[in-house]
Design a protein around this ligand. Structure first.
Ligand SMILES: *Cc1c(COP(=O)(O)O)cnc(C)c1O
Length: 424
């Protein structure tokens, strides 16, 4: 598939004349169309709800768009809970899927009325200690161990993952929680990340539905929701076949009917906690070419670096790059596209075939809308970029300003230090 940016060079030039590069740009239209389709694909389930994984793109302006479609917030830290509270997501609109959780974060979530999803059996005591008693509605995270295979491919290795409870522990946990007054139960599991196959969710669903039936039959608990969590991926590479959310929804529906409906449990709500799938393709990192270098290789230096998008540096992840305005030129040059960090892994692309690049060209780095800006950091004294929303009507809005040196120095108490600097 040809990967086309959602923005033209002309529009980028217009934006860049107001807000200098680099910046993360988000596509309102794409975000809306995608969430509408997700909801349609699961509309067969009365209680369906997506809890957007806040960590993927923690920008209140963007999450508010999803809220219009009834989405809640999946949080894993106190500041993410605070962000959710700020945009009016409280109570059942919050799923707290944390791990290695400090006591005060359980308390904070409980005060907001959010649903606590326990990562470990020892956290039953922790929640009791933090909140006085257990909430009426709670969830547990499940980890079946072993490897997760689809046909013969090993997708991921849950046995190596720090998350969730074993089968034995989740039975024990539900028993204890029931005894301690919990009335409504949920099951959550996240076994593979960034899956680009329509089979992952239906297979995961089947495992969780069977577990739910067993838990209900053995312990007499009322399971009111099953949370399939995140993991639906996106095609970062042009040769990857994208997921079809309708096929996925239908696959989950079949598993639901075969297992839950057959067991008389057709009142179970399906929840998701998607991050990447909701925002990934609808954000791009826009950066300008500021240097070229011809040594042992051909280098193109841009004004963004790994602090703006660290997936290539830490995972060797592929992000497609379009040279804006040269969409139709042949890719007959081989470049390394680099940022300015003093780290050789700071490369957005290695040996990438691209059209001939000129100084001042704008590059659009695709699929940076999730786990992009949010993973940023300040190494080398680099400042985090702005985030801009490209609206459906073609106008644009600054939804997070770029950091300034003042932000960078703000945590030093000797703050005059900064005031001195700006006088220079
Ligand atoms: C990261 C995360 C998600 C979202 O994952 P994606 O790969 O972005 O879909 C959902 N739930 C939990 C608990 C997570 O940690």
């Amino acid at each position: 598939m040809v990967k086309k940016p959602f923005v033209t060079k002309e529009k980028v030039k217009e934006i860049a004349s107001v807000y200098p590069t680099p910046f993360h740009l988000y596509d309102e239209r794409g975000i809306r169309e995608n969430v509408i389709n997700l909801k349609k694909a699961f509309s067969w389930n009365k209680g369906f709800k997506e809890y957007f994984a806040v960590k993927a793109t923690p920008n209140p302006f963007l999450i508010k768009i999803l809220q219009e479609y009834g989405c809640g917030c999946d949080c894993s830290s106190k500041t993410e809970l605070m962000l959710s509270k700020t945009i009016g997501a409280t109570g059942d609109d919050i799923m707290f899927s944390s791990n290695d959780t400090p006591l005060d974060e359980f308390r904070y979530c409980n005060d907001l009325g959010g649903i606590i999803n326990l990562d470990d059996i020892t956290h039953i005591d922790a929640v009791e200690k933090a909140c006085g008693k257990l909430p009426k509605k709670m969830s547990c995270r499940y980890n079946p161990g072993g490897v997760f295979k689809i046909t013969n491919d090993i997708m991921d290795n849950p046995g190596d993952a720090k998350y969730g409870m074993t089968t034995e522990q989740i039975f024990k946990a539900f028993e204890i929680m029931k005894e301690k007054g919990v009335e409504e139960f949920g099951i959550h599991s996240f076994l593979c990340s960034n899956t680009v196959t329509n089979e992952y969710y239906p297979m995961l669903a089947k495992i969780l539905f069977e577990l739910a039936v067993e838990l209900k039959n053995k312990l007499g608990v009322h399971i009111s929701f099953i949370n399939l969590s995140g993991g639906i991926g996106i095609p970062y590479r042009p040769d990857q076949e994208p997921n079809d959310i309708f096929v996925i929804g239908e696959g989950v529906r079949k598993a639901y009917e075969q297992t839950l409906t057959a067991a008389g449990m057709d009142d179970v709500s399906i929840y998701t906690e998607l991050g990447r799938y909701m925002m990934g393709p609808y954000g791009g990192l826009v950066t300008k070419v500021i240097n070229e270098k011809h040594t042992h290789k051909e280098y193109i230096g841009v004004d963004a670096c790994a602090v703006n998008l660290m997936r290539p540096a830490i995972y060797g992840a592929y992000h497609h790059i379009t040279v804006l305005g040269k969409e139709n030129e042949s890719c007959d040059r081989k470049y390394d596209v680099t940022g300015s960090l003093c780290e050789n892994c700071d490369k957005f692309a290695i040996d990438r075939m691209l059209p001939e690049i000129d100084m001042g060209d704008y590059l659009f780095i695709h699929d940076a809308g999730a786990h992009g800006f949010s993973m940023g950091y300040n190494y080398n004294g680099k400042l985090k970029s702005a985030e801009i929303l490209l609206k459906e009507n073609g106008s644009f809005e600054l939804i997070r300003r770029a950091e300034t040196p003042k932000d960078y120095f703000a945590t030093f108490d000797c703050f005059d230090f900064y005031d001195e600097l700006i006088k220079e």
